[in-house]
Design a protein around this ligand. Sequence first.
Ligand SMILES: Nc1nc2c(c(=O)[nH]1)N[C@H]1C(S)=C(S)[C@@H](COP(=O)(O)O)O[C@H]1N2
Ligand SMILES: [Mo]
Length: 331
Amino acid sequence: MSSSPKLKTVPVRPSEITPEHIYLNRRHFLKSMGILGVGALLAAACGISEDQQTASATKAGSPAGTSSSETKPSATTASELSDTPNTYEEITNYNNFYEFTTNKDRVAGLAQDFESTPWQVEVYGLVNNPKTFGIEDLLKFQQEERIYRMRCVEGWSMVIPWLGFTLSSLLNEVEPLSSAKYVSFETLLDPEQMPGQKSPVYPWPYQEGLRMDEAMNDLTILSTGLYGKAMPNQNGAPIRLVVPWKYGFKSIKSIVKIELVDEEPETLWSSIASNEYGFYANVNPEVAHPRWSQASERRIGERKRRPTLMFNGYAEEVAHMYEGMDLSVYF
Ligand SMILES: Nc1nc2c(c(=O)[nH]1)N[C@H]1C(S)=C(S)[C@@H](COP(=O)(O)O)O[C@H]1N2
Ligand SMILES: [Mo]
C-alpha cells in the first residue's frame, strides 16, 4: 500500500477497514528508538512557520543550516515519500482547530466534550434541490477509506487514513445550477462549546471555499472518520472537508453550511492576510510563504525534513485544473 506512487482510493465496507494496529509499524519502531522529532513540541500558529521558530537556533549554531531552502523537490518522487500513516495518537493530539485553541497540543482536551449530535448540514444556494442533511443521512453515502498526505502551510505534514465520501456525490444530489462557480463552507458557530470563538481576533465562523471543478474533483472528500472510527472531535467531528493537494487550512472542520455561489467566496485566512494565504492555497514548493520557504516539510514522527512535492504529490490528478494559471499569482 505504501509503495504505491500515489495513494489510491480504496472503497471499503466498514467491516473491511484495516485494524489500527496494522498501520502502526515503523512509527512505533521509531518511537521505541527514541528518535521522534522534538519539533512537535514547538507548536506554531497558522501565522508562524516551524522554520521561524527554530530559525534562530539554526542560524546561531548549526553549520548544516536549514534544509528548507536547499532541498530539491525534483529529486524526490511521490513513490519515495514513504507514506506510512501517522499513528492515531499523533493524528488526534497535534491539531489545528482555532475554535478551541491555537495551541495544537491542547485541542484534544478542550474538544473532548464537544457535542456533535444531532448535527445538520445545510446545502443551498445556486442549486435545483436545496437540502438539509442530518449526519445520519450523510453516513449513508458510500464511505471509503482514503489515505492522504496532509501538508499544513506551517511546514509540517502527516499521512491520515480518512473515512468519507466524495463531495461530488453530495453536490450531485442537490443539482448545482450552471451559474454555480464556487462552493463556500462554514463551520459551526457556538462560542459556548468552542471557547476559541470568544476571541475577537478571528472573524468567526471559519469559512473556506473551493472552485466548482475543485469541489467536484474525485480527490475531494467530506470525511466522517479516521482509522475506521467516527471523526474525533479535535479532527472536525462529525464531518469535515479534506482537499489533499491544498494546504491544510482549506480542509475546514465541523461543517454546518455548504453554499453554491457564483463568485469567489470569502475565506477566514485570506480575509485576515490575503498576501499570505490565498484562495487557492495549492501546495507548491516553489512559491514561498512571504515569511518562510515552502520547499520542505517535517513529517510528524520524523526528524529530518523532506522535500515538499508540487500539489502535495497529487499533480497527476489535479494539475490540469490550473493549466494556464500563474500559480505565483493565484497562490
Ligand atoms: N474550522 C476549522 N477548520 C480547520 C482549522 C481550524 O482552525 N478551524 N484548521 C485548519 C488547519 S490550519 C489544518 S492544518 C487542519 C488540521 O487538521 P487536523 O487537526 O485534523 O490534522 O485543519 C484545518 N481546518
Ligand atoms: Mo494548517
